[in-house]
Design a binder for this molecule. Sequence first.
Ligand code: PMP
Length: 406
Amino acid sequence: MALDSAAIRAEFPCLHQSVNGRPLVYLDNAATAQKPRAVLDASRRYYEEINANIHRGTHHLARAATSAHEAARETIARYLNATDPAEVIFTSGTTDGINLVASVIGLGGILAPGDEVLISTLEHHSNIVPWQMLCERTGAMLKVIPCHEDGSLDQEAFRTLLTDRTKIAAFTWISNAFGTVNPVREMIAAAKSAGALVLIDAAQAAPHLTIDVQALGADFVALSGHKAYAPTGIGLLWGKRAVLDALPPWRGGGEMIKEVTFAKTTYNELPFKYEAGTPNIEGAIALAAAFEFMESVGLEVIGEHETKLIRRAAEGLSALSGVRLYGPDDRAGALSFGIEGVHHYDLGTLIDQMGVAVRTGHHCCQPLMARFGITGTTRASFAVYNTEAEVDALVTAVDKALSMLR
Ligand code: PMP
């Protein structure tokens, strides 16, 4: 089914503006996506109609806010095909979720000196640094799956790196820098059969793919709302109930307790065990609205539309002289490129003058950039509301900028 671009775009108020006298062409969606009215309305309605702190209030508004928050958790659990809403822990985003897991694995005494944590060359700093910090604390070793020249992971090396010392494997589903889509189902199965716990960074998968946590078979899936049409400051960590139940609590405070005395505290059940303090109530409600928005358009329709755009962009850009595209041909979400003799920052600044918003730099993937011997790339990234005309505007703008820079 084709997408009704005009109708979709009408739902996104922020798209309708001029930048530097040109209509905005927003192609920085891998950094954060614009928000549809359904999400903005959910946020506003929460504050206008039912704002109150949740869970312990007896008054009307507190009960209404609590119901809306927990209904959002149920909607999200259904969206992710989780068996139990208690497996959905609200976080502030992917970074927060990964830090939660790395921290409780450390506190749980799962890693001994010489054990291994396996990540990949494609990872965002958020899926590198928490594991490095954990390794420093525990004496475990960080191992890294290498990638091929086309930006796909070396699956043979991955199988060799998996040993009985691999206690946790954490890798991204889609690379934010190159758009590489990893074969996560197979990778998860291999890591599970080696006895490792597995975390999937779904920050870039969430806006583009159906996430079925049962079919995936990982232990943890972390994502951010803001890349998937929800507000900033909300995300989630899905974790298998048996695994989360066996892990210790993390941050201490209100909500995560059953009973507190000065002598001893007992802890709450999931999901509250990992939700200390007043949560982002409006964010959770808006995240559910964002998932419902994507469902209403259809994840397959979104995926097909974006693939068409990304192929058109790849074709158009690779026809320009000196352009190198990074990542394999079947990339999703993002298209990264470099241009001989042109700094990505200069290019990004010039095309912004023409109304085209892209991201330039290392994309929080410095080790990946180092692997390719570059300091950064220019990255165009796509969402449901982008159009073929916008792809053409990108290619024209890059072409024009090149004639100015060379
Ligand atoms: N992982 C990936 C693959 C990402 O693209 C990002 C955001 N660029 C993150 C993790 C971190 O997400 P956040 O900043 O929303 O926590």
